[in-house]
Structure formats: structure tokens, C-alpha cells
Design a protein around this ligand. Sequence first.
Ligand SMILES: Nc1ncnc2c1ncn2[C@@H]1O[C@H](COP(=O)(O)OP(=O)(O)OP(=O)(O)O)[C@@H](O)[C@H]1O
Length: 259
Amino acid sequence: MAEMLEVSGLSKRFGGLVAVNNVSFSVREKEILSVIGPNGAGKSTLFKLISSFLRPTSGEVRLKGERISGLAPHIAARRGVVRTFQETTIFKNMSVRDNVIIAHHLRSKANLFGFFLGTGTARADEAAFGASADEILALLGLASLANETARNLPHGHLRALGIAVGLATNPSILLLDEPFAGMNHEETMRMVALVRRLRDLGLTILLVEHDMPAVMKISDRIVVLNFGQKIAEGTPSDIQANDKVIEAYLGSEDEAIGL
Ligand SMILES: Nc1ncnc2c1ncn2[C@@H]1O[C@H](COP(=O)(O)OP(=O)(O)OP(=O)(O)O)[C@@H](O)[C@H]1O
């Protein structure tokens, strides 16, 4: 399998603290790769470096061979590294469908003002975006909620809408930041199935997550961080049997590794 994203020698220093320390790995096309690690291991910082929300102290990130580290986050997103939009960036007073249509404008020729003012290019785009939005909503099991106001959605559906908004921007790689946080078992299992379906449709997915059973179920491969360094990489069964990983999790307040 070809490599979609390459992280090489990536480091981030905050004053005297090295939050991410010389981390290298790659995400292959059409795989689900999860980054795990005890609290404070550097997962969020790594995610922000990959999505260009932070500039690395050293090292680089390449998407399909092209360097993206150092670009502004919206430019990295246009190149195809898309972080799922947090619930706070969903327009809560708009319908589910309009939220997904608006997200298409990230790749549109017309700007968002055109959408609101109804200019010619915006109208043409809107028809195409509407059809695409309907497809995405159907894929995520949100079709029957298309006209619902976003604020009325239950938690699990709101999270799915966040993914729908991410998909609307046509990503090369989708970055999911703790997609199962705050979900009950049933919602988690539904989200696991959904993310796997996206992978089966050809999407490449990188996620950071605390929920170990879900990580073990969903991942093709796992990268483990501890104190900013990569300590292991492999399939879920490799990781569950890895002594360094078990040691890193023992004595931490995180959930058990799932043994
Ligand atoms: N902006 C910042 N300034 C200073 N230190 C930071 C900053 N962001 C993160 N850190 C520190 O870097 C280290 C790694 O933090 P990070 O949030 O990346 O870990 P994490 O693995 O995501 O943790 P958690 O699982 O608790 O979310 C921590 O010691 C944290 O306090």
C-alpha cells in the first residue's frame, strides 16, 4: 500500500518541555491508524502538528510526498488534511443539510458570501453541493435528519455530522480527534462501524483516542506515544502484547490497554 502521510522526525518543544520528540511514522492509503498513549503523552500536540495548527520545532509532515508542515491550517485542509470539525464549529441554528452544504464551500470557486447572496456561481455550486450533501448524509445515516436543526441532534448524531462536514471538504486523510469521547457503548459501536465503512470506501483515517476497546476494534495499525516519543507501532494484537506499551500504561490513570 502506498503512503498517504509521512511524519518524519517531528518534534515540538514548549519552553523546556519536549511534547513531541522525534516522532516518525507513516499512514498508508486506505488504512485506519490510531495514535494512543497515556495522558500527556503528546497525542494532541502531534495531531495539531499534523493538521498544521502548530508549527513543528523540527521535522516535517508530507502528504502524498508534498511538505505540508508550516502551511496555515486552512491551506493544509485544502491540500487534503482535514481534521473533523469540533461540535463547536457546527452551525447549531442551521439544518443538518445546510451545515454539510456550507462545508463544501471550502473547495468551491464561489465564496461563502456568494452562498448567502445567491450569486450565479454559488447557485450552480449549490445544486451540486446539495446532491453531494445528500449522498454524504445517507452514508452517515443522517438522511432522515437532513432538515433537522443541528442543535436538536443527540450526541452521537452530532458527532456524525462533524464527520459529514469533514467529508464534504473531500479529504485525502481524515483526522478524527477522540471520536468516541463521551459516547455510550452503543454509540461507540455505531461509530466504529461507520468509520470502518468510510475506510472500506477508500478513505484514509488517522485518529487519536482514549477508548482502548474501540481502538483495538477499529484500527488497522496503532502508534503508541509515551512522554512524547514513539514507543511502539503495529497491529492491535502486536500492541496488546508489547511489553513497553504495557509498562507505559501500568501506573497511569488511563484505562487498561485491554488485556
Ligand atoms: N501550548 C502548550 N504549552 C505548553 N505545554 C503544552 C502545550 N500543549 C501541550 N503542552 C504539554 O505537552 C505535553 C503533551 O501534551 P498533549 O496535550 O499533547 O498530550 P496528550 O497525549 O494529548 O494528553 P491527553 O491524553 O491528556 O489529552 C503535556 O505535558 C502538556 O502539558
